[in-house]
Design a protein around this ligand. Structure first.
Ligand code: BG6
Length: 513
């Protein structure tokens, strides 16, 4: 992450950032969606902002037949479709000035021999100093074989002052055992500090801002604990359906797709202890530690503290939506969940008895990602002789998307001769203060990897701690088969059972709007 000097006022944050180290970026799975939709536009934005290395080259590796020229032309042609800013020829040249393509199978030695030759040639001609960033943008089955080949072939060996780093896309494993196995394999051939496990939620400005909100202000930390906070709600609602991702999604489900990664990343930023320094090791250690403190459920608790649902027919924004089971590549009797709500407890001094309620789902009323922190209620007794029967609740709401904001909800007196009280709000909106150019969310993540800053990348221990939390729910649901799977109407708020999860504790979800 860049150092920033704040001088106040709209657009006054000055990023004191330098171009990243010279390097060659090797993308495995280069013909895929991720490369075109996100990686290339992010590289382009880095070039426009002067952050891309001055000496830079791009090598694509994929199964499909292509050539250096055809691959470069394909990338150039796709950029205007996905770029978040106007495309300028000079900046395109900085990204695509040196492009090569290698056709090969991920598990074939010959691919890596070809890659070695191409890297040596480009490093000589382009002056990228031997620094290599390998980006695994393949389906997950490719992660272990590619990682192992890179390690065993020596292509990822750090030597003569050159760095070699490997970015792994999600999902990192499909359960605890497979995540542990993948970590073991990768750590057998690479050092932990060479492995960058990406979670695109950490590329979001509003997510990164949680650390600043908590630790750069004297205001919140003293009350950020069980004495003042009553419960926390983390919502990642999507109005999108599974669209064309039925094949992947039906084998995955909402729990695996969203919780061990994105939702638990949000939880760990909210719940972690203050790190001793704003540096990768200190921050990552605290994040892993708080995940490790989440109470693990037995089967009965897992069933009691989790709700799973699947969307049926309905309407999102007045557009008819067909039930999940009718989506392409989804089994007609699928029991895969498209919605999950969980109640988690953290066993430590800060959070004992403060429930963290998490929910995420597809085909809901609206897209809304937010963290809402509910503070304890003021005693109403003082107002007992006034016409006040209920005080509004005190929430601090961190809006992550689409509204990027922080709001505080509190009580105020309605003007007039008698004491009447109403809930009101104060909201800080990012757009009122900062002119951020539209981005893909991958810029900071790629740049950080190029400068060797792993602060936004979860370590092996945090990944495994996340799966350890989720595993009891996976096990309980596997045994329960379709029992307890609630069908909810597309375009609604999710299953009623999710409301019951909070209602039985005397609480309710914030509305999805
Ligand atoms: C991805 C999931 O990791 O995150 C998708 O695989 C989901 O299913 C997406 O739609 C949500 O990301 P965002 O940034 O739109 O909230």
């Amino acid at each position: 992450m860049n150092d920033a000097v704040m001088t106040g006022g709209k657009g006054a944050a000055t990023a004191a950032a330098r171009p990243a180290d010279p390097c060659c970026l090797v993308i495995f799975g280069a013909s895929g969606d991720l490369t075109h939709r996100l990686l290339l536009p992010a590289l382009y934005n880095l070039a426009v902002d002067g952050l891309l290395p001055r000496a830079f080259a791009l090598i694509g590796v994929a199964r499909t037949a292509s050539s250096n020229e055809a691959f470069a032309a394909d990338l150039e042609a796709s950029l205007p479709k996905f770029a978040t800013r106007n495309v300028d020829r000079e900046a395109v040249k900085k990204v695509l000035g040196c492009v090569a393509y290698i056709q090969g199978e991920p598990d074939d030695d010959a691919t890596y021999a070809k890659l070695a030759r191409e890297l040596e040639r480009i490093e000589r001609e382009r002056g990228t100093k031997g620094n290599r960033l390998f980006y695994l943008a393949t389906p997950p089955a490719g992660f272990a074989p590619i990682g192992c080949h890179l390690g065993q072939s020596g292509l990822a060996r750090q030597e003569n002052g050159a760095w070699r780093r490997v970015v792994i896309e999600k999902p990192f494993g499909t359960d605890l055992a497979s995540a542990q196995a993948l970590n073991r394999k990768l750590l057998g051939v690479l050092d932990e500090d060479q492995i960058f496990r990406i979670d695109h939620y950490l590329g979001k400005e509003t997510v990164q801002n949680i650390l600043v909100l908590r630790f750069a202000n004297g205001l919140f930390e003293p009350i950020w604990n069980r004495h003042h906070i009553e419960h926390v709600q983390i919502t990642v609602a999507e109005s999108l359906t599974v669209e064309r991702r039925g094949g992947y999604y039906d084998a995955t489900g909402a729990l695996r797709d969203m919780v061990p990664n994105h939702l638990l990343q949000l939880l760990s930023l909210i719940a972690m202890e203050p790190p001793s320094r704003f540096a990768a090791d200190a921050v990552r250690a605290e994040k892993a530690q708080v995940l490790d403190a989440i109470q693990l459920s037995d089967r009965a608790e897992a069933l009691r503290n989790a709700v799973r649902g699947q969307y049926g027919d309905g309407f999102v924004d007045n557009i008819p939506i067909e039930a999940y089971r009718k989506a392409p590549d989804v089994k007609p009797d699928s029991t895969t969940e498209t919605y999950v709500a969980l109640k988690l407890m953290i066993d430590n001094w800060r959070w004992a008895n403060v429930p963290f309620y998490l929910r995420t789902g597809k085909a809901l009323r609206a897209k809304q990602t937010e963290v809402a922190i509910k503070f304890k209620q003021a005693p109403v007794a003082m107002f007992r002789d006034m016409p006040v029967d209920r005080l509004a609740e005190n929430f601090l709401v961190i809006g992550i998307q689409p509204k990027e904001c922080i709001g505080l909800e509190f009580n105020a007196k309605i003007p007039g001769p008698s004491i009447k009280i109403r809930g009101v709000g104060m909201t800080f909106k990012y757009e009122d203060y900062f002119d951020a150019a539209p981005s893909t969310g991958y810029e900071t993540l790629i740049y950080d990897c190029m400068i060797g800053d792993a602060i936004l990348y979860p370590r092996a221990d945090a990944i495994e701690a996340g799966w350890r939390v989720v595993q009891p729910f996976l096990d309980a649901w596997r045994e329960a088969k379709d029992q307890g799977l609630a069908i909810y109407r597309a375009g609604g708020d999710g299953p009623k059972e999710a409301d019951d999860l909070l209602n039985r504790d005397g609480r309710h979800w914030r509305p999805i709007t």
